[in-house]
Design a protein around this ligand. Structure first.
Ligand code: ZN
Length: 159
């Protein structure tokens, strides 16, 4: 039976400390996306609690939403930044698979409500890729006919 509690081999506080650090990182990529879109003249709501998944950016005028996903927490498949940790494999597999499943369910609900749902990945926002990624996102948002929600900027693939 897979354990649902945090693995006990870590010293108390260590894992949550690491998790908060990783979450903090995610927050800064959200901020990067928001300040870029704002600078290009878009106005939006943040982390709107009325919608499944609390989208990071909600643009009612464009019927568009943006999720900014950390590659680890949202299991970015094929990405160099994502792999299941070597220890406590079962714990992490269960937890991260659940995250991904939730993302997919939330996305379907939002699309059914008539939203275009864009996802931008952490690795698409590194120093090398961010300009292209952000421009592509902006262009997709302001094109109401754009139903293709995948941002094509390259991801860092595994060797
Ligand atoms: Zn990635």
């Amino acid at each position: 039976m897979p354990s649902k509690v945090a693995p006990s081999k870590y010293k108390p506080g260590t894992r949550s400390y690491t998790m908060s650090r990783i979450r903090g990182k995610e927050t800064s990529i959200e901020r990067l996306v928001r300040s870029y879109l704002f600078a290009r003249g878009l106005r939006f709501r943040k982390n709107d609690k009325r919608y499944p998944g609390h989208p990071d950016v909600v643009l009612p005028k464009w019927r568009a939403m943006v999720f900014v996903n950390g590659c680890f927490w949202h299991m970015h498949e094929g990405c160099a930044k994502f792999s299941i940790p070597k220890s406590n494999v079962e714990f992490w597999t269960t937890k991260l698979t659940r995250n991904r499943q939730r993302d997919q369910e939330q996305g379907s609900k939002l699309r059914a409500m008539g939203w275009r749902v864009f996802t931008v990945w952490e690795c698409q926002l590194d120093a090398t890729h961010r300009d292209k990624t952000l421009d592509e996102l902006y262009q997709a948002i302001i094109d109401p006919d754009c139903q293709d929600e995948s941002i094509k900027a390259p991801i860092q693939t595994k060797e």
